[in-house]
Design a protein around this ligand. Structure first.
Ligand code: FES
Length: 115
């Protein structure tokens, strides 16, 4: 089962700036990298800290957890550096009439869900 959440217009997302999206029980980190937008679980897979306050590496399309420095791919959710070893769940993102929409699934997947 899926649930669509509209983030807002693409022009409202600054390139390389993470934005936290709270919807129900889900907290999602939404990041624009150039013309693509990615969504990953906001909670770091290492410990319970928010990824959306971390720094974004636009060229690598990755976000660094501010707490211990693990870098996560925004494309796959995979941790690229320690100490995190488990991926973060990623969500499909589409852009519909300039509106960025995150498709939340009950069973979030890892994989390329960029718009
Ligand atoms: S809490 Fe994110 S790397 Fe430790």
């Amino acid at each position: 089962m899926s649930r669509d959440v509209t983030v807002g217009p693409l022009s409202g997302l600054l390139d390389g700036v993470a934005q936290r999206l709270d919807s129900g029980e889900a907290s999602i980190c939404v990041v624009r990298c150039g013309d693509s937008v990615y969504a990953i679980d906001d909670v770091c897979s290492h410990e319970d800290y928010s990824l959306s306050v971390g720094e974004v590496d636009v060229e690598e399309c990755a976000i660094e957890c501010w707490k211990h420095g693990s870098l996560f791919s925004l494309v796959t959710g995979a941790p690229l550096t320690f100490p995190a070893t488990r991926p973060g769940a990623t969500y499909e993102v589409t852009i519909e009439s300039d509106q960025v929409v995150v498709h939340l699934l009950d069973d979030a997947t890892t994989g390329d869900g960029a718009a």
